[in-house]
Write a protein that binds this ligand. Sequence first.
Ligand code: ZN
Ligand code: ZN
Length: 292
Amino acid sequence: MARLGSSSFAVTQLGRRCFWNLGPNDFYEYVRSYVKTKAELDKEAFANPATNYYDKEVRDKVRSCERCSHTYKLAPDGLCRDACNYHPGELYRNQKDRRYRYTCCNRSKSASNPGCVRQPTHGFVSTNNAVGSHPVVLAIDCEMCLTKLGSECTRVSVVDKDCKTVYESLVWTEEPILNYVTQYSGITEDILNKGPTKSLKQVQDDLLQILRPDTIVIGHSIANDLKALKMHHDALVETAIIFKRGHRWPSLREVALEHLNKVIQDKGNEGHDSAEDAITCILLMKHVVASS
Ligand SMILES: [Zn+2]
Ligand SMILES: [Zn+2]
């Protein structure tokens, strides 16, 4: 992915030009006034695609949770409804009482001790459980490919307020890929196989190291990205709402052209570039700050 470097450089230059010298906290505080809660986003008829790819065979498949190892099935909407309790740590043999205990909470292994961390559902993780503070502004964008489960994440990019990539990974899908939709995703079988490509669980664990409840995440149709990442996060800034025209949500490409005079997603058959899209979200919020 050599093309990432050159495109990041070009837009960073643009970012410097359209953004005044605000301190890191100033930008955070400013962007914070645009944060919408999940409930507010839902109220804006937030992208919750009605399209349902889940056929019966996929839905009724018994899945095993990678975190708690319990089995579960998906509800008709393709989501899981059961909470997941698990131990993030490892089992070790305690020298004093000779019992097996978890490194995370030091509790012993037993059926009555289901887990010291609770996630909303099997497979889904929430940053609400993350301890500590990381008050920064990040932008996230995912590329997706089509499987029987719908759009599954195959690449994720996270950039900071300086448009620097803080996280980037290719991701294996849970179900086999039916269509790479390369013209949009930029992903091919070759790219995923060449890697390095991580499981979604590894990517979630990595992101849980970066995101805290007070980390502001900017995105364009960010609900789709979070759904693909199977993540809950509350401090969200939705650029599609900020640049909304009437009731219509404009595409990121339209908004970038109109407000940044920047052409994105122009690689034709090479598809989109999630790093470029995430950088564009940051630049759009800088544009909002600069023009206020
Ligand atoms: Zn679980
Ligand atoms: Zn534990």
